[in-house]
Design a protein around this ligand. Sequence first.
Ligand code: AMP
Length: 552
Amino acid sequence: MLLKELTEVYEKVRARSSKLEKITLVSELLRKTPSETLPLVCYMLRGKIFPDYSAQELRLGWSSIWDAIRAVTHVSEEDLRIAYNKFGDLGSAVELIFEQNPKISVSLVTEPLTVEECYNALLKIATLRGKESLRRKKTILMGLLNTSSPDEAKFIVKTITGEMRYGFKQGLLEEAIAEAFSVDVAVLRKAYMVRSDIGEVARIAKEQPETLKELSIVLGRPLRPMLAETADTLEEGFKRFDKALFEYKYDGARLSIHKNDDVVSIFTREAEEVSTSLPEIVEDIQKIPHSFIVDCEIIPFEHSPKAFQELIKRLRRKHRVEEFARKIPVKLYVFDLIYLDGTALIDTPLLKRRELLATAIQQPTERIEIAKCILTKSSAEARIMFQEALDLGFEGLMIKNPRSLYTPGKRGIEWLKLKPEAETLDLVVIAVEYGHGKRANLLSDYTFATRDRDGNLAPIAKAFGGLKDAEIEEMTEYFKGIAREQRGRTFIVEQKVVVELKFDEIQKSSLYAVGYALRFPRIKRIRWDLSVDEIDSIETVEKIYGRQKRSS
Ligand code: AMP
């Protein structure tokens, strides 16, 4: 299949605003795509060339793509930057550069690119390792770009960067597949939930649609985790379900563990297998009878929960694993059971899954426990549990619908998360940068400073979330007015805008000279009422850090 057929549809879908028209365009393309190419087309249409159950990545950095584009088009650094700034996305920049600088035409001597060639080249890029691999990856990309039209070059770069931006999300792709092969979209979605591979499911929909219904979980193949919405109060749970299941919310890393007889595979939420970095957990899990899939959170734990960063030193570790297992003990809290001895449980209500979990894991160990939960109608009881969670050094509570089914990959109202009102910091903006995508022309990414021990302003965070679009537009004008200097896409600004920042946690970090950084900072509001003299200093940062660690 020619790549051109795919890129033409991409362009048409991008130009339409009606979802139905978008779906029809893609479904027509899928219907005429040969079976063996169908998975590749599905992957490329979503800008992610591997199925969800795979942790494989292209491993081709921004600067390599940048260099490859420059090498193929001979455009200057400055011109590519101007093109990039115009769109805030490299794919569209490439298209413009290709159009402005027609390459010495290669299309006369080369065959047009096919989808299969393009996909295989990307696969090759993903699998190259070791010395010289970066150079070879770039060479492969240059080869692709050299044989591409402007549209194709744009599509290839977008597939690599994952910035498809054509208003065609996963949900619409599912609808297009269902329409193309006349299958029920609910059945198709369910099949995708259990298989975590949209390409495989599309192919089955085409070749054996009647078997879609029978697809089930594959032990050893990671599922996408079920996700939670934020709740502002405990009572939100009761508003939605008469009785709610409250669990401690642990602050660590989400893991799913697949046990098939003796074989234990531990996956992160990004489907990366990390079993070898957690030998003591593997050993404990092996001792539990049954084959199963459990959903859990792992935290660093020695008498009480330790700081989240400790965990980073353990997960994915390849060397000195045993030594770090001793240095940084961890604890696994299991909160769900998705599969047990040949039976998938995603259609079993949570309360029943919890019961089965208790029968499967009967003996907690020093390292593996079932997450504490209560089923209640009483706010007072829930409030006590919330306080208890915080006193024990956990993050808060999860509020779950006891009747809910397990829906892989979905964020819904069946699971809610509740954390205490976050502390905030008032910091001053010292630099602003152009954003990406629809914010490419807006100064939306801010760098913030606190005051260090010598009274000097010192950067401590970078954030872009939190302000409304209209506010960002207003602030862009404002910041341009107080800009002192431009460096590339960044403006250094007069230090007069104070912002109240929310964040998940303060971490010790070498990222900034002050030795701390904020985890997930986002803007709460601009404090026009405060001046730079009133911002929070490093002492306050340290105080909050200390409070956070109170229970560790
Ligand atoms: P957040 O990361 O703040 O969006 O909160 C959701 C995450 O909390 C999940 O993805 C899990 O990693 C984690 N978590 C901790 N404890 C639980 C629990 N009891 N049930 C579900 N998720 C939990």
